[in-house]
Design a binder for this molecule. Structure first.
Ligand code: IPM
Ligand code: MN
Length: 372
């Protein structure tokens, strides 16, 4: 049986990194005799330029017909003007909503080879291995009212932080399920000392926890969490939080990995369980990086690790997913780096986007590197 993958390169470096992801998909298909077909469509700035909409209806339709979506990045400086109606980011938000992708998974593992490249003491971060579960289709991003108007007090604007109990419950269950397959620790992040929506959140977490007595649960205020993630990041296993908190905290933690170019993500439409398939969109968490677009220097590892997540969650191909992750590890161990993670240290070789893609494919094939 074949799988259909929607490829949405989007803007900036999106196309370059997805091309490397595609090579990896083809490598896995050959090696494991899978039948993957890819269909490309427009989203973001390129879609506005060519069609006038950040998410053309045909792109959403195509995504719905596929088994998974692989996305590059959206955004370009020419759309920064806040008075613009249509912006590239709208395309991604509409896609998340349109595909009901409520669960955003952002894993963060520090590669020992890169621990020295960060601003942290290597000893403090070497053991970092956690995953954020960010609610993705509710909260401030989508709550109504969301508008601007002119009143007697001048211009006003409102965004609404609203959650229903079912929205909270389903994301919390995703987090508990993931914790069960990991180190069985869950941190629920909220602002329950101030926000009513957070108090509801906390109550529902406590209720759902009754179904997971094997999981150690802690509640943490978001401001404390922002600090603890920098001070003692290896204490965390699974974290669950609402949309906006998750957006901010995951950018903060990206610094632990040495580069945004290392971090994949999955946005799922259901609760992931071992051996089951769930529809999802997979994307590197870095943006479109317009200043380096077209130069063949972007780091494709985040896109390639996103392919691994796609294999794991949408196709239930755990072995293949691990193979891709191990290949990345082997290439890093051998000293190859794209510019964002490179250094002058002995044995380090700086390579292009394209070369990094090829090296990872070779590692998947077992060429050049000893198997570990
Ligand atoms: C992210 C991005 C998006 C978000 C933007 C591009 C809409 O920052 O995926 O974290 O805020 O969710
Ligand atoms: Mn973000």
């Amino acid at each position: 049986m074949g799988y259909k993958i929607a490829m949405l390169p989007g803007d900036g470096i999106g196309m370059e990194v997805l091309q490397q992801a595609l090579k990896v998909i083809e490598e896995i298909a050959t090696l494991y005799r899978h039948d993957f077909s890819t269909l490309q469509a427009r989203i973001g700035g390129v879609a506005i330029d060519e069609i006038g909409m950040a998410l053309p209806p045909e792109t959403l339709k195509l995504a719905k017909r596929c088994d998974a979506v692989l996305l590059g990045a959206v955004g370009a400086p020419k759309y920064d003007d806040p008075s613009l109606k249509e912006r590239p980011e709208n395309g991604l938000l509409a896609l998340r909503k349109g595909l009901k992708l409520f669960a955003n998974l952002r894993p963060l593992k520090v590669y020992p080879e890169l621990a020295c490249e960060t601003i942290f003491k290597p000893g403090n971060i070497r053991a970092v291995d956690f995953i954020f579960v960010r609610e993705l289709t509710g909260g401030l991003y989508f709550g109504k009212p969301k508008k601007r108007w002119v009143s007697n007090n001048g211009r006003q604007a409102v965004d609404t932080l609203i959650y229903t109990e079912s929205e909270i419950e389903r994301i919390v269950r995703v987090a508990f399920e993931l914790a069960r397959a990991r180190r069985r620790k869950l941190t629920s992040v909220d602002k329950a000392n101030v926000l009513e929506s957070s108090r509801l959140w906390r109550q529902i977490v406590i209720e759902v926890a009754k179904d997971y007595p094997d999981i150690t649960l802690e509640h943490m205020l978001v401001d404390t969490c922002a600090m603890r993630l920098m001070l003692t990041p290896s204490d965390f296993d699974v974290l669950v939080t609402e949309n906006m908190f998750g957006d901010i905290l995951t950018d903060e933690t990206a610094v632990l990995a040495g580069s945004m170019g290392m971090l994949p993500s999955a946005s799922l439409a259901g609760i992931p369980k071992a051996g089951q398939r769930v529809f999802g969109l997979y994307e590197p968490i870095h943006g479109s990086a317009p200043t380096i677009a077209g130069k063949n220097i972007a780091n494709p590892i985040a896109a390639i690790l996103s392919v691994a997540m796609m294999l794991r969650y949408s196709f239930a191909m755990q072995k293949e997913a691990l193979e891709v992750e191990k290949a990345v590890r082997r290439v890093l161990k051998s000293g190859y780096r794209t510019a964002d993670i490179s250094s002058r240290a002995k044995g380090i070789k700086t390579v292009t986007t394209d070369e990094m893609g090829d090296l990872i494919c070779d590692a998947i094939k077992g060429i050049r590197y000893a198997k570990d």
